[in-house]
Design a protein around this ligand. Sequence first.
Ligand code: GDP
Ligand code: GDP
Length: 436
Amino acid sequence: MPKPTVAIVGRPNVGKSTIFNRIVGERISIVEDVPGVTRDRIYSSGEWLNQYFNIIDTGGIEISDAPFMTQIREQAEIAIDEADVIIFMTNGREGLTSADEEVAKILYRSKKPVVVAVNKVDNPDMRDTLYDFYALGFGEPIPISGSHGLGLGDLLDFVIENFPKDEEEDYDEDIIKFSLIGRPNVGKSSLVNALLGEERVIVSDVAGTTRDAIDTPYSYDGKDYVIIDTAGMRKKGKVYETTEKYSVLRALRAIERSDVVLVVINGEEGIIEQDKKIAGYAHEAGRAIVIVVNKWDAVEKDEKTMKEFEQKIRDHFLFLDYAPIVFLSAKTKKRVHTLIPKIEIASENHSMRVITTVLNDVIMDAVAMNPTPTDKGQRLKIYYATQVAVKPPTFVIFVNDPELLHFSYKRFLENRIRDAFGFEGTPIKLIARPRK
Ligand code: GDP
Ligand code: GDP
């Protein structure tokens, strides 16, 4: 079951990002071992009473140079398109404004559940201000205070009660779901078309389980795949479609539902910062990754060009050292057939389980080769390692004190595990836990 999505809308300064941060909690923290990954604080995950969901702060999606009203209208549209439940946030200190009424008008057009949150109700005697907000027509407004953390429980109760109930099954376990992410114009749609054209498949747009997402079934060599929510293939013509933040948001949603993510780069242009950012998300999400260098037909090459480009990618994407790289041309279809086998390998490794005794042998050999570090007179002791999860492969090592497992030694152990088992195409996770 894909996680449901909540969006926060409302005019500027009502406290959207304050509430977003409260709901997201510490989860927002940047994963420190991903150098060069900066986060847009507009999309994250939250949890309430064991219900996990994604949350979007639409206030973070700016439509450049658009007038104020256009901005908030567009943000409301995004919420309607992307969310299962909408939190419509207002400011109890200022009361109802005409901008609130504008937002309401847009939200009326959707059938999505909307809850009005009246923020900045910092103390109970301010509750009188609530009555105005009934006029918005979305039922009982909920008073909250972002700065004091009040009322959030009531708000989140409403949110989770209104998640869609029809828990349709997602696809079969053995169907690999993959998505193509990358900047506009790198050739994602062309590549999808090249893939679909390669074998005669009936392209039917099946409404996916996440409401309006469009998934494309695809088969190759007798095996079934699903191409997830291919960017650029839907909702053409919306103003916000072309904004960078929105395209990032779309990419994140696609990553979320994928097993394997194809990070598509334009070979003609080389690597730019935004490529790194997008790839960083896929890595952080723990998805299997294949790097695709498209438009290779347009690159003037000699026998060294590919090696050089590969080195450039390795230098830029240090955190993706495990991802295979495929050079191809969606236009001429040259080497497009090499892509699916790489997706297969990445996916297989993504769900690989290793044998515990072999894992422990690998760890012990590693320790014998490179003794564990010491800190303040204490040496890290490793007792036992075990694989606790797949997608991505996740290992717990039981130690005397997790603080003693420094980044560099952790990296060393991860590399030993990789050397021993392969894991091409997938991130792996290593977690230290104290032995009780
Ligand atoms: P956004 O533009 O809607 O994302 O609003 P922000 O979250 O940036 O908040 C705008 C301002 O309102 C900031 O100065 C916050 O500190 C303040 N603020 C947020 N929540 C509350 C609240 O519950 N009570 C009060 N008094 N101020 C708040
Ligand atoms: P998207 O925005 O990432 O989906 O990119 P598109 O698939 O729409 O492609 C953007 C432009 O790049 C179009 O003009 C394509 O014809 C062109 N293009 C896509 N793939 C290739 C390729 O392999 N070689 C060349 N030379 N051009 C390509």
